[in-house]
Design a protein around this ligand. Structure first.
Ligand SMILES: [Zn+2]
Length: 368
């Protein structure tokens, strides 16, 4: 049950931009570990990211933030160190594959169908109902309780949507830059709802001391639901070409990030910074943490999508295991949990046919 002041904070959060930052001060006191979420939330509202070293933080808060950042940094460095060869190997196989099929990204994101507001919401809800009542109810709650805010300012060009978890409410908010109701924006809301489902079903109840934005497996559930939506658009004949364009665009989110990850990691003198950025010995810059998080997310999402096509129940079991065990498992454990043979996962054996097929379909359609 919400206390009165919590309710005030929540209404402040969503009512005005100014109140959002004031409310966030209270939010911060409860949720120091989620400081980067807070910064990002403030950033969404002020069209810029406010640096950690800001007047909003008391000395005590700063101290705890710095301590946390150190841990987060070492966790990331450790992950890179432990999994360097696996990441490079996935990158190599994807590079060879994309060269062999002459992979082309068709980012024709205005191709997916447009919908009325009602049909847009119905589409998202009927999609989530295919996973079962639990998933549908969380998605519906976010719409019913007006936890999805559309038309927010765009912070960076790649940010379409944003999930803000509020752990003491066991809920959260979705902010979207959506301006019209089409398949692409639906996929963005579905992605953020995937984070909401992950938070509500796993992170909050388990009281995991995992920062939602720093765990390397954080994008797996959101991207799994997102890629499942592209399959749904196609298999239900709702928007076959739209689904193909969107799925092809996300295949690029596996191939290109892993290309850059491999390029960065083959450099023995790569410098990795605290914020997850990296610079190679020849001066090339990488957003390494982002590349790895999203690369792993979409790689798993494509594998999970193959599982779901043949066995929807198995998909939910695998996703459940991955989410429940995420803090304890290694990258190798996570691969093993999918049920795919380790080598087959690394070489991308089971995801290549779909990527190839989408690419060929679009080449035929747009290049003749
Ligand atoms: Zn995400």
């Amino acid at each position: 049950m919400l206390k009165a002041d919590e309710q005030r904070i929540v209404s402040d959060l969503i009512l005005t931009k100014e109140a959002f930052s004031i409310a966030s001060l209270n939010f911060l006191q409860r949720e120091q570990n989620y400081f980067d979420l807070l910064n990002c939330s403030l950033g969404v509202n002020f069209k810029k990211i406010i640096p950690v070293d800001d007047i909003y933080f008391t000395d005590k808060q700063k101290k705890s933030i710095i301590k946390y950042t150190d841990q987060e940094y070492w966790d990331f460095m450790n992950f890179v160190y432990q999994n360097k060869e696996t990441l490079k190997s996935i990158g190599k196989h994807l590079d060879d594959f994309s060269n062999s099929i002459d992979f082309t990204n068709f980012p024709y994101l205005d191709v997916p169908r447009r919908y009325s507001e009602k049909d847009f919401i119905d589409l998202i809800l009927s999609y989530y109902s295919t996973y079962g009542d639990k998933y549908y109810k969380i998605a519906k709650k976010y719409f019913d309780e007006k936890r999805i805010h559309i038309g927010c300012d765009r912070v960076q060009s790649f940010v379409m949507g944003y999930f803000a978890p509020i752990i003491w409410l066991h809920s959260g908010y979705i902010f979207s830059t959506i301006t019209d109701y089409n398949g692409y924006t639906a996929s963005s809301i579905i992605h953020e709802l995937g984070h909401a489902i992950d938070a509500e079903m796993y992170l909050f109840p388990q009281q995991k001391k995992v920062n939602i934005y720093s765990n390397m497996f954080t994008e797996i559930p959101s991207t799994a639901f997102e890629v499942g939506f592209y399959d749904y658009l196609k298999s239900q004949h709702i928007d076959v070409i739209g689904g193909t364009v969107l799925r092809n665009n996300r295949a690029a989110n596996i191939i290109f990030p892993f290309h850059r990850i491999r390029e960065a990691l083959v450099d023995e003198e790569l410098l990795i910074y605290e914020n997850g950025a990296a610079v190679s010995s020849n001066g090339k810059q990488y957003n390494l943490k982002k590349e790895i998080t999203y690369g792993i997310g979409y790689d798993f999402a494509y594998h999970l999508s193959e599982i779901r096509k043949s066995n929807p129940q198995e998909f939910l079991i695998v996703l459940n295991n991955l989410m429940t065990m995420r803090k304890e498992m290694t990258f190798d454990d996570a691969i093993e949990m999918t049920g795919f043979n380790y080598e087959d996962f690394i070489t991308g054996k089971y995801i290549k046919p779909t990527i190839k097929e989408d690419c060929l379909t679009l080449k035929k359609r747009y290049f003749g």
